[in-house]
Design a protein around this ligand. Sequence first.
Ligand code: A2P
Length: 277
Amino acid sequence: EAGTFTLNNGVEMPKLGFGTYAAQESPDFTAAMDHAVETGFRLFDTASMYGNQIDLGNYFANNSGLDRDNYWLTSKVGQQEQGYEETLAAFKNTTKELQTDYLDLYLVHWPKEKHMFQTWKALEHLYKEGYVRAIGVSNFEANHLDRLMLEATVMPAVDQVETHPYFNNHVTRDYMQSLGIQHQAWSPLGQAADLKDPLIITLAEKYGKTPAQIVLKWHNQNGTAVIPKSTNNKRITENATIGDFTLNPHDMALVNLLNRGERIMGAPDENYVNDLW
Ligand code: A2P
């Protein structure tokens, strides 16, 4: 049990979640979900863009054995859903597909959306009306956060951005932490590439853990929540059971120094359409 981080509105968010991007393409989707639930995952991260909300909704309604208040659902407003009324409609569709009447966390998926302030106003409305327990953003860097804060009356609770040892994004993380925004990492394992790093392998041997467990612990000790993706039972178990060891400060520093500024995906800045907000 990895525990929770307390968001800026007092909501407790699990430090460890299950990323579901493309999970429905696995022939073992239901088995993987069962395994995730059995091994203790209680936060599930999706997006309208992932095309799997119906699969997840069916799973939770029919197979999970969990009551709705025993698991956390995050989803994201897609790029084609921007605007005030559009976002409210998108939320309706998302909750219908997920077979739920509320979300734990609803995020703006990318800062490149048009009508950003209107989208954010819709999220604030959903939050104030109690349809979502927390609202936030994804792929927002400092300039996007600054821009959003010009208009926001509710601060984002979470910013979910690409973060892993080869792209540790610490400047953005520090900025969000200074604003009280919880950092959450997507692709926390660097799509598994970072797990092959010799340092990570050495630390895994030293602590008697797997490379993924070293990297996920490094994130959590940095104050970062994580949503690793896997549809393989053995690796789901690894990711769910990091254990309560602590990387010492020297080893934390060594992993911090692996940063190469290497993104998996293009920088959100390239798509930053300031005047469209
Ligand atoms: P698989 O689904 O076969 O386990 P990220 O979450 O950083 O995007 O990484 C996802 C990738 O990392 C997937 O290819 C996944 O493959 C792999 N992966 C997930 N967990 C582990 C693990 N514990 N050890 C090794 N590879 C992993």
